[in-house]
Design a protein around this ligand. Sequence first.
Ligand code: HEC
Ligand SMILES: [Cu+2]
Length: 331
Amino acid sequence: MRRRALVLVLVAGAALALVAVAYAGNGGFAPVSPKSPPASRINDTYKLIALLTGIILVVVEGALITFVVKYRRRDRPRTAEGPQIHGATRLEMLWTALPVLILAGIVVFVFYKLPGIRNVPAAKAEGGPLVVRVDAHQFYWQFTYPNGATSINELHVPAHRVVRVNIYSQDVDHSWWIEALHGKFDAIPGRVNHTWFKTDRAGTFVGQCGEFCGVYHEAMVARVVAGTPAQYEAYLASVRNPQVLGAQEWRGTCAQCHGFTGAGGYGPNIQANATLVSPEGLRRLLMNGQNQLAPTSSYMPPVGRGWNNAQFAALEAYIKARVYKGSPSGG
Ligand code: HEC
Ligand SMILES: [Cu+2]
């Protein structure tokens, strides 16, 4: 009677667990569905390994449970010895060879898929891939397009176009990862990594910095927005506008620590800080970072390292127009 109740509870528990997974759809249980060739090749590899390990799990656990039930003690005395079996050559060969074959199969499959994940297609028909530079910063993503325009946290591309991403870091290790589009690639200071993608549809694909990089690591969310070629061109033209760029810079970087109005947060209140309206002082601060103001142990990273003049100018103009509340002449 008690045993039957126990079995019932276990079965109900297992059923609930499965229902939860099914209901959640893909609630983080499996990888997101791929929308670009490298991601779908990675996904194929995941599926093969999941299938093989799934079969192994069922076979091994099934045998274990069967044997536990079948060869249970029953009413034999506790001290009774089981039969002493020695040597089962065929079985031993089998359980040695099979894992070797399975592992070899996985290795072959991975090496078969790898070139399609790593090598950027030549895309000759479109005049070569669209090459975009990604700079990882504490704590935002910066994108530089072939015409020199930049954007923050949002990368716009034409859908169905091969995009090569060159990945740089301006400070510490980060990791560039848009799960639906490609694998995870580290952004390492002093080194350039690259990956590629080609979205199979228009849409927005969200990614997250994949390497813990400091206090606002979790805020390093990147969006890849794929649209028509005309939408892409229009976006490039829009970020040429210093006001748009300045707003992106303020919101994507400074506001994170100083608040949207500059009233303070992790970083101090800077609304009336004279450095904001001193172009040289501001550049020095943004290129080098700072850790001086007592009694705080918080640190401002060199958020503007690698910026060009247009980027600094756009930020200065935005700050003057929208943030700075001190005396107009500055300090
Ligand atoms: C990761 C958090 C962070 C970000 C991002 C950040 N700051 Fe700071 N900021 C700080 C901290 C912390 C301090 C105080 C530094 C210290 O202790 O010296 C600071 C100080 C400052 C100061 C005061 C310097 C002084 O000596 O009075 C100014 C001005 C400033 N930040 C402007 C900016 C601007 C402009 C941006 C965006 C381009 C920005 N900060 C981005 C954290 C940040
Ligand atoms: Cu990061």
